[in-house]
Design a protein around this ligand. Structure first.
Ligand code: FES
Ligand code: FES
Length: 153
């Protein structure tokens, strides 16, 4: 099937099979290997991307369902000159990542959270991020980082 979508502002027109997930198409056809695939059944949140500004577990969505959509991935967060997004910088500064496997999904979920709720407090951050799993168990640093990014806005 033909699929047209925009990924981080870049337009793609590609042929995909109906069985292909959005995660696989982003990684294998759109070059967005920053979108990580962990559990592949909607539990860990590592594959989270924004589809038309809503967080989606891209391992659970067929790519053809994203026809006509605008996708944001972790690779679209930094500026063109390489300047990190404030959340990326906060994760770096506050020890918000260890191995980094969960980080793309954490960041995209946090982008959506702070877009909706710029002044989110710690309890809200914990609640909103509770669907993302960090196997390194670095949750305190992740919450610290998001809180710092919220305060710096
Ligand atoms: Fe999609 Fe775990 S890989 S939720
Ligand atoms: Fe390793 Fe979260 S930093 S899984």
């Amino acid at each position: 099937m033909e699929l047209g979508l925009t990924v981080d502002g870049e337009r793609f027109e590609i042929d995909v099979e109906p069985r292909h997930t959005l995660a696989d198409v982003l990684r294998e056809r759109c070059g967005r290997t920053g979108t990580h695939v962990g559990c592949e059944h909607g539990v860990c949140g590592a594959c989270t991307v924004l589809v038309d500004d809503e967080p989606v577990r891209s391992c659970l969505m067929f790519a053809v369902q994203a026809e006509g959509s605008a996708i944001r991935t972790v690779e679209g967060l930094a500026g063109e000159d390489g300047t990190l997004h404030p959340l990326q910088q906060a994760f770096l500064d506050r020890h918000g990542l260890q191995c980094g496997f969960c980080t793309p999904g954490m960041l995209m979920t946090a982008v959506h959270l702070l877009d909706r709720c710029p002044g989110a407090d710690r309890d809200t951050i914990r609640e909103e991020m509770s669907g993302n799993i960090c196997r390194c168990t670095g949750y305190a640093g992740i919450v610290d980082a998001i809180e710092a990014a919220a305060r710096s806005r």
